[in-house]
Design a protein around this ligand. Structure first.
Ligand code: GLA
Length: 373
């Protein structure tokens, strides 16, 4: 049996920049998914030519025959299992003879909170299968496989950040990612050294990519790049921004471009500050990122704006929504001595606003995918 664990993530800054070939700065979380892969006889599915997928969070296993598994068949299996079977299907499609296997997954990443439970699932499975079968996939091939599972097998038009950090994150560091070259560099995030804590408020406001808003933003960005005659919005720099905005006549597209270009610039500024050991100075950039998501990209909802305002009023150095938007989690960079009070401020603001109870916890930059057994 081969066992790997891969984590969920929080994005420190750089939202909706990944599919624009831009920059992101996420870190891996302690919560994650553990995938155990065994040969079918060991998994007790005698004589079958199948793949058996079990989840500790689901009652029923999913069993599929290897022969004839194709993209369309994934529509017939439960959504959670598509991330697992999608990896096996894509490997087969790429010429790997994947034998009968039993795969068991167990995740403690809350689903629907925007913490990339799906990246944790697919990355733990991909690493465990690669290792179990001795495929020897390199970093780039593993990343391409996990991203393609989400884009092609599951059909979610996401940008790759989540899989990249789940595979490559490092404890005590954020991962600076160039989403054009997929080169990454670990940047120290010494929260303890600065007496700071990343406080996370899961707003529990419903969060969905599939509702079309995420895809609409992505298509809008691609249309703006086409009109500006650049390969991707990454190619518009902060210095070019005003001229670029002047060449677009659609106000919606202008706001998307302003968000993406300024957000890329904020990622670079935060990385510069972290490299210089100035963690305590990044707060205003995080808050500016939130305002850009709220006012230009328009992907926030009242719950996340309320959480950000409450954190800032309670003394957070900076606060922002993290992840794809329309709900999910907010992070605050909070002096460790004020964590209790900041959490209480968010709870009070939610009660006053008539929202449901938020879930509050702290996040430590943790290790990316690693072998357990
Ligand atoms: C989701 C997607 C990522 C990224 C973020 C927004 O988490 O999976 O690829 O686009 O939204 O930054």
């Amino acid at each position: 049996m081969t066992v790997w664990r891969a984590p969920g993530r929080i994005n420190l800054v750089g939202e909706h920049t990944d599919y624009n070939d831009g920059f992101v700065l996420p870190f891996a979380l302690e919560v994650g998914c553990t995938a155990s892969v065994s040969d079918v006889s060991a998994a007790g599915v005698e004589g079958s030519d199948g793949w058996t997928v079990r989840s500790a969070q689901q009652r029923e296993p999913v069993v599929v025959r290897r022969s004839g598994l194709a993209g369309a068949d994934l529509e017939d299996v439960p959504e959670w299992s598509r991330y697992v079977l999608g990896a096996l299907w894509l490997l087969t499609d790429r010429g790997v003879d994947v034998p009968p296997l039993g795969i068991r997954v167990d995740s403690d990443v809350p689903s629907g909170a925007g913490l990339s439970s799906s990246a944790a699932l697919v990355c733990s499975v991909a690493r465990a299968v690669d290792d179990h079968l001795g495929l020897g996939l390199d970093d780039d091939a593993l990343f391409a496989l996990t991203r393609d599972v989400e884009n092609d097998a599951v059909g979610a038009p996401t940008g790759g950040m989540d899989q990249l950090v789940s595979l490559r994150g490092e404890a005590g560091h954020a991962l600076f990612c160039d989403m054009r070259s997929h080169e990454t560099r670990s940047v120290p995030l010494d929260l303890d050294g600065d007496g700071l804590t990343v406080l996370v408020a899961d707003t529990r406001a419903p969060h969905r990519h599939s509702d079309g808003e995420y895809g609409a933003r992505r298509r809008g960005c691609e249309e703006a790049a086409r009109q500006l005659r650049v390969a991707a919005l990454r190619d518009v720099t902060a210095d070019d921004l005003d001229a670029a905005l002047g060449r677009l006549d659609d106000d919606e597209l202008r706001r998307y471009v302003r968000h993406v270009v300024t957000e890329d610039d904020r990622v670079l500024s935060v990385v510069r500050l972290l490299d210089a050991g100035r963690l305590a100075d990044i707060g205003p950039l995080l808050t500016a990122s939130h305002r850009s998501m709220r006012d230009d990209f328009r992907i926030t909802v009242p719950e996340v704006d309320t959480a950000v305002d409450a954190l800032l009023e309670a003394g957070a150095l900076g606060a922002r929504m993290t992840g794809g938007g329309f709900g999910g989690c907010v992070i605050g960079l909070v002096p460790t001595g004020s964590v209790e009070a900041a959490g209480e401020a968010v709870r009070r603001a939610f009660a006053d606003g008539g929202f449901g109870e938020p879930d509050l916890f702290t996040a430590e930059p943790s290790q990316g995918a690693h072998r357990l057994g």
